[in-house]
Ligand binder design. Structure first.
Ligand SMILES: NC(=O)C1=CN([C@@H]2O[C@H](COP(=O)(O)OP(=O)(O)OC[C@H]3O[C@@H](n4cnc5c(N)ncnc54)[C@H](O)[C@@H]3O)[C@@H](O)[C@H]2O)C=CC1
Ligand SMILES: N[C@@H](CC=O)C(=O)O
Ligand code: NA
Length: 430
């Protein structure tokens, strides 16, 4: 057997603890597959005394996490602290500068600094790997970067946040309250340290920006992702969606349109016939469309200890085998800066939920406003009592432009016929 790959673990929370357990349980199998053992040399986290359900006394504990980057007895620094800036990125920068390989699960850091870090790793002749950062256990980085590398990819999309998918599923299937399910997602280790990153769509936007770069060969452009989350999704939307033949899902979608890239994360209505509608709980799914391979669909656990550890250790096995290569789908200097498209350009079907006064003539006024804006109605239902005292109207449009629907909403607001905040969602029709 060859000499071991020596690793230092920074961060021993959900993912770090999972990595220790996986390396213990599958130790011999991994050594055979990698051609050499993978051994933890040193560990570091904020709180030494915390019980992580695994014996850590056999490893050297280091109080100063940043010192892991300098050690001569470490080949790979595994960064599992999190955060787009601060100690995680400082550790990764200095590990790369010392010629060490880096494995990370930190999508926030890759979305913000991926290009810089990839360039630094290339110059240092070392590896930067981050399979766990996108869609947890689904090997989607490997699939796009290697398996589909021969294709031009113009669209990549999917369900990229396990916490939101778990919340939406529990709300739909069990009528659970948003706050209760979020607390459970935190207990299960799915949520980010700050769960607003999950529910406001930021975590999914980090992942989408990384996927778009890999798929399109473009520089990561996190700042251009139009991002909204699931806070505004009400139980009534989920019920309306079911009645109309849809499920509500938080979808990240990136596509090339002409010479522009559109990137959006938002709650969508997904037709029940679409495989994404069947993705439930903490599962994630990613669809990539290649010009030769066609449509690829990947599904698996996007969050939690086991699936995320699986992705981290897969990266370590690649490094142990000497199979690392560039961090993105090409050397970072070949990634192109591609501009972002305009939001109002999108054409498609829309779901619009309004609360309106329960009075004669209001419905006729609404439909006339939509008609005047060039929006024609596919289906309309009136259901339930709104908190504002009015009734809920849910409308599904035929294909139209987003700007037309927004124009109609503004006209309805101006006329005073709409009570409360309207809810607009795209319908995912591919
Ligand atoms: N939990 C999940 O399902 C997934 C998490 N990730 C990512 O993995 C990373 C880690 O996530 P979790 O394990 O869930 O987080 P966690 O909060 O459970 O663990 C974080 C660990 O980092 C340590 N830490 C925090 N600040 C530190 C500092 N200044 N110096 C040294 N150690 C410090 C903490 O003591 C803790 O051991 C994050 O980047 C997260 O986005 C990625 C995919 C899935
Ligand atoms: N908080 C994230 C964890 C994995 O990336 C999620 O819920 O998907
Ligand atoms: Na992954």
């Amino acid at each position: 057997m060859n000499s071991p790959l020596r690793i230092a673990l920074a961060g021993l929370g959900t993912v770090g603890g999972g990595v220790v357990k996986l390396l213990d349980e599958n130790r011999d199998l991994i050594a055979r597959r990698a051609g050499r053992p993978i051994e933890i040399v040193a560990i570091s986290a904020r709180d030494r005394s915390r019980d992580r359900g695994v014996d850590l006394s056999r490893f050297e504990w280091v109080d100063d996490t940043s010192s892991l980057a300098e050690r001569d007895d470490v080949d790979v620094v595994v960064e599992l602290i999190g955060g787009s800036d601060g100690p995680a990125v400082a550790l990764v920068r200095s590990a790369i500068a010392s010629g060490k390989a880096v494995v990370t699960a930190n999508k926030a850091m890759i979305a913000h600094h991926g290009l810089e870090l990839a360039g630094a790793a290339e110059r240092a002749g070392t590896a930067l790997k981050y399979e766990a950062a996108v869609a947890g256990g689904i090997p989607i980085i490997k699939a796009i970067r290697e398996g589909a590398a021969a294709n031009r990819i113009d669209r990549v999309y999917g369900i990229l946040n396990g916490t939101c998918n778990y919340i939406l599923t529990e709300m739909e299937e069990n009528g659970a309250a948003f706050a209760d399910v979020l607390a459970e997602a935190q207990r299960l280790g799915y949520a980010e340290a700050d769960p607003t990153f999950d529910i406001d769509g930021i975590d999914a936007a980090h992942k989408l920006a990384i996927l778009a770069s890999l798929a399109f060969g473009s520089e990561i452009d996190f700042a251009s992702v139009l991002t909204s989350g699931i806070r505004a999704v009400a139980a009534t939307d989920i019920a309306h969606a079911a009645e109309l033949g849809f499920r509500v899902r938080l979808v990240g979608l990136a596509e090339v349109v002409g010479d522009r890239i559109h990137q959006r994360v938002h709650a969508c209505l997904v037709p029940l016939t679409n495989p994404l509608a069947k993705v439930s709980g903490s599962l994630n799914a990613v669809v990539a469309e290649g010009n030769f391979v066609g449509r690829l669909f990947f599904e698996g656990r996007g969050a939690g200890e086991g699936p995320t550890a699986s992705a981290v250790v897969a990266d370590l096995i690649d490094i142990a085998r000497g199979e690392a290569g560039p961090a993105f789908s090409m050397p970072s200097e070949h990634l192109e800066p591609i501009g972002a498209g305009e939001a109002g350009d999108r054409r498609g079907r829309y779901y619009l939920r309004l609360s309106v006064a329960d009075e004669t003539g209001v419905l006729a006024e609404l439909t006339a406003t939509l008609r005047d804006a060039g929006v024609s109605i596919d289906s309309l239902i009136q259901r339930g009592q709104a908190e504002s005292g009015g009734v809920f109207i849910a409308i599904v449009s035929h294909e139209t432009s987003e700007s037309a629907v927004r124009e109609a909403i503004e006209a309805m607001r101006a006329s005073g016929s709409v009570l409360g905040e309207p809810m607009l969602m795209h319908i995912l029709d591919f």
